[in-house]
Design a protein around this ligand. Structure first.
Ligand code: AMP
Ligand code: GLY
Length: 420
């Protein structure tokens, strides 16, 4: 099969790395040009935003399956456009991707299907939003309705923070994405994510993971795209998994099907878990980054037939084998991230890691320059290891991190602390 991978980050390197091991794969193309992706796929020279160019490319190269990594092309309807052209694509339609594209869409669906989630209000007027915050008190959570690259959520501990978040949002900090806000009840508990493969009819749970969103150790400092992750998440017991499938995932999929917009692709459920069981914090319509890196490290089965079955509505009867051994990934980011950072610093030492079993360095913001690897983005590498226990995977990952020479980069030293 000829596969085209859309996206260019660590998540896509992990997907491509796993797809490249499939005996069914004939050729792999990608829109990414980091050295990790270049080592396993051919560059396409097509932009992930250019739907017409992607369709033409797929026709020219006889692509059998397009795998869409990031949310933006999904929310923009890339899978619909490919479907109209008769090209199979992994990921939800534009209508179903609203689960990530609009916080209010998801909250309204939860209300309709009686899915456990935080209580909320939805406002497009600053005065009304202020009045709601005054009525409910703090802590309270303010969310821009639309896609805001992971920056649209404020957990406000004080009235001042809530007020600032509302003002920023309505002043246009997130553009159209902030034209309305969802204001949520603050949920207490432990966070974890569950990933489920869907084909419009059937659901096949993948695995659980726990991300580390704050930039600093001890979960301090500003939010990021994710500084590290591990899988499985011990807090997701079999009971929690079953409750999540029964009370959250199944009613979501049934509601979307009944509306005529069935969900295909991977559904990423962000959960808050406490003594009352799991509550939905948010849905994403794609794999997490860096959660995907640990999932791929643990998956034993061939990924390609699973993604194809999800895209073509034939998941029924599929099963997945996993390594029991946990996996853990440490993100190395450029100094300054998530604020402004410099590009172009040289990263060395990666060659010593390329032949190690159970260790894999996934590339995100890197570039090849004059025969060397240089940093090109905020989150740059995801150093990933698998071992018999989470502690052992943590040690193995940090040993690998320590053999990488990159003075202009940093990482959190405590990834996995909850589980270790
Ligand atoms: P989201 O983008 O909706 O996942 O929100 C980003 C982060 O904000 C989550 O990972 C949580 O840590 C936090 N958060 C979001 N909603 C709530 C909530 N209702 N209660 C407590 N924390 C929340
Ligand atoms: N790591 C969080 C996300 O992918 O949204």
């Amino acid at each position: 099969m000829n596969v085209f991978l859309v996206g260019h980050g660590g998540r896509e390197h992990a997907l491509g790395w796993k797809l490249a091991q499939s005996p069914l794969l004939s050729s792999l193309w990608s829109t990414g040009t980091n050295p990790g992706l270049l080592a396993i796929s051919q560059p396409s020279d097509v932009s992930a935003e250019d739907q017409a160019a992607i369709v033409q490319f797929c026709k020219d190269q006889s692509i059998d399956l397009v795998v869409v990594g990031p949310e933006a092309p999904l929310v923009d309807g890339l899978v619909d456009v490919l479907g109209e052209a008769g090209i199979a694509a992994f990921g939800p339609s534009q209508a179903a991707a609203q689960l990530e594209g609009s916080k209010y869409f998801t909250k309204a669906l939860c209300e309709e299907a009686e899915i456990p989630t935080a209580g909320f209000g939805h406002f497009s007027d600053l005065q009304q939003a202020r009045a709601y915050v005054a009525e409910k008190g703090t802590p309270i959570v303010i969310k821009a309705d639309g896609l805001a690259a992971g920056k649209g959520v404020t957990v406000a501990m004080t009235n001042r923070e809530a007020e600032d978040a509302l003002e920023d949002c309505f002043a246009g900090q997130f553009g159209d994405a902030g034209a309305s806000v969802v204001i949520e009840e603050f949920l207490d508990g432990e966070e974890a994510s569950i990933f489920i493969l869907c084909d419009g009819e059937n659901m096949l749970p993948l695995a659980s993971a726990q991300d580390h969103k704050r930039v600093g150790e001890g979960d301090s400092g500003p939010n990021t795209g994710g500084m590290g992750a591990y899988s499985p998440a011990p807090v997701v017991t079999n009971t929690v998994l079953q409750q999540t499938l029964d009370r959250i995932i199944a009613p979501t999929l049934q509601t979307l099907s009944a509306r005529g917009t069935p969900y295909r692709g991977v559904l990423y459920a962000g959960l808050m878990i406490n003594a009352d069981g799991p509550k939905l914090i948010e849905y994403n319509c794609r794999f997490g980054d860096p959660e995907c890196q640990v999932l791929m490290m643990r998956m034993q089965s061939d990924l390609l037939p699973l993604l194809l079955a999800s895209a073509t509505g034939s998941l029924k009867g599929s099963t997945i084998d996993w390594h029991d051994a946990p996996a853990l990934t440490v993100v190395m980011a450029a100094n300054g991230y998530p604020g402004p950072y410099q590009k172009g610093s040289v990263i060395s030492g990666l060659e010593f890691l390329s032949n190690q079993d159970d260790v894999m360095v996934f590339h995100a913001g890197t570039r090849q320059h004059d025969g060397r690897i240089v940093a090109e983005g905020g989150r740059v590498l995801a150093v990933t290891a698998r071992a018999g226990t989470i502690s052992a995977a943590q040690q193995r990952a940090y040993r690998a991190v320590d053999s990488i020479d990159w003075p202009q980069g940093f990482c959190r030293r405590d990834i996995g602390w909850r589980a270790v």
